[in-house]
Structures are given as C-alpha cells and as structure tokens.
Design a protein around this ligand. Structure first.
Ligand code: ISJ
Length: 265
C-alpha cells in the first residue's frame, strides 16, 4: 500500500495516501486542538464578541468575531491557505486567488470534495455547545484576543473534522468493492458501518484525555506546599475526551459519509 509523503506540519504532500499516515496526522492534530482549547480557556466566555451584532458600512450586520473571521479568511486566501485541500473556509463563498505563487497540491481527493463543507454546523456547535463547557462564564471585554483564540480553535476543529475526506478516500481506494454498492444505493447507514473502527475511536478518546492531563496540568515548583494529590488542569481532561466522543468523532464520520456519497459522481 502506497504511503503519503507528509511535511513536518503533518500536511498531505503527495497524491499517494495511506490510512496509517492519515491517522498519524490526526494524532498530531490532537496536540493543536488540545493546546487551542487550553489557550481559549484563559478568557471568560465574552459572549458579546460573538452574540452581539451591529450594522457595518457595507449595510450587513455582523458580530465582532464573525467580522474578524471573514477578514482573516480573506487575507489567508490571498496567500493560498485554501489552495490546500486540508483547509475549508467558514465564510468565503468566492475564494480570492493567491497573490503569490502557491504550492501545487496533488489531486488526492475527488473533485466533489470541495462541496463537502460543514463549517456552519461546526461554528454553531462550537459557540452554542462546546465553548460554555470549557470556559468560565463572564465578560472581561477582551474581545479582539478572544476572537483570535476562537478562530484558532475553529480552524483546528474544522481541519480535524474535514480530514474525514482523506480518511474516506483512503478507505474507498483500499476496498472499492465494499463501498461502491452502498454509494450507489446512497445508503448512509451502510457507509457509516463500513467506515467505523470502534477500537480506533476508543484509543483516540483515551489519548486526548491523556494529552489534556499532560499539556494542561498546573505545574508546581518543588517548594510549593499543598496537596500533591489534588491535580488541577487548565481544561478538564474528561471534557476533552467528551468533546471528541460527542462532537469531533461523529462530525468527522459525517464528513466521511458526505464525501463517500459523492465519490462516484
Ligand atoms: C477517522 C477514522 O474514521 C472513523 C473516525 C474516527 C475518529 O474520528 O477518530 C476513528 C475511527 C473511525 O471510526 C479512522 O478510521 O481513522
């Protein structure tokens, strides 16, 4: 089975894929996600940044965070971020071309992969369900830094979830005879059963809990007194595992199914 050539960033750098190399990238992305949650937890909820809308010169209404993300995505597009098939924008409809020569990414995915983008759902899940679980309530007015931290979380979560396209492509290439009947029947239940590996999911949930314990522990100097047994964490490791169990893994599998449904188009 051919292998993908991955750069240090863990990105897909060749048009040959393997499930092992894709899973290695997902494991490396766990670090980014855990650290982004830890960083966001420095700020309170600061809901006015993403809940309060005001009218802009353009006549549109937007929250500070939405405005920030739209502007950043435009700049990032102009330096080629969305030429990378691993990256999917939250708001950009017509993605501006890069103003610089960009890396020519090999066509690893089916052309219909571009139509699989669940970032609106990820945005809603993040702000309505996830954020209140891992940050303290309150408002310190630090909306610009909070918006930047939310974007880091959103882009890390989006990349991880949309990596489901690469996973699905590899699974299809490895066993087209298994997937084609379910794709032709547009049988989402059969596709979900084919692509699910419960033992892998269990390892993911255990590993991210351990990473949250390791990366997020409050480090005490040797001279600090106090009960060593009472460990404190910047983000509850059990909650990080729950976020994967209840949201990240199911949304990744949803992307896999949505990609496979289009694979024979
Ligand atoms: C990502 C994969 O597909 C599914 C989703 C997983 C996840 O989101 O962690 C893990 C195993 C599979 O059930 C995979 O097979 O690696």
């Amino acid at each position: 089975m051919a292998r993908v050539v991955e750069s240090d960033s863990g990105s897909v750098g060749s048009n040959v894929l393997s499930l092992d190399s894709i899973r290695e990238s997902l494991i490396r992305q766990e670090d980014t996600i855990v650290f982004s949650l830890i960083e966001r937890a420095k700020f309170p909820l600061n809901s006015p940044a993403f809940e309060e809308y005001r009218y802009l010169d353009s006549g549109n209404s937007s929250s500070l965070t939405e405005f920030f993300v739209r502007e950043i995505e435009t700049i990032q597009a102009k330096v080629g971020r969305y030429d990378n098939p691993e990256e999917n924008p939250f708001f950009l409809e017509n993605i501006p071309h890069s103003v610089f020569p960009t890396h020519k990414y090999p066509p690893a995915l089916h052309p219909k992969a571009l139509s699989v983008n669940i970032n609106k759902r990820i945005w809603d899940v993040y702000f309505k369900e996830l954020l209140p679980l891992f940050v303290k309530p309150g408002d310190d007015g630090n909306y610009p830094s909070t918006a930047a931290s939310d974007l880091a979380c959103l882009q890390a979560l989006s990349k991880r979830i949309h990596y489901g396209k690469f996973v699905a492509e590899v699974k299809f290439r490895d066993a087209p005879q298994d997937y084609e009947p379910a794709i032709r029947a547009q049988d989402t239940e059969a596709l979900m059963k084919l692509l699910t590996f419960e033992k892998v999911e269990e390892m993911v949930k255990k590993r991210v809990q351990k990473k949250a314990e390791t990366f997020g522990q409050e480090v005490k100097c040797i001279t600090d007194s106090g009960d060593e047994s009472e460990k404190k964490y910047k983000v509850d490791p059990l909650l990080v595992s729950r976020i994967y169990r209840e949201w990240l893994i199911p949304l990744t599998k949803l992307v896999e199914v949505e990609y496979l449904l289009r694979r024979l188009d």
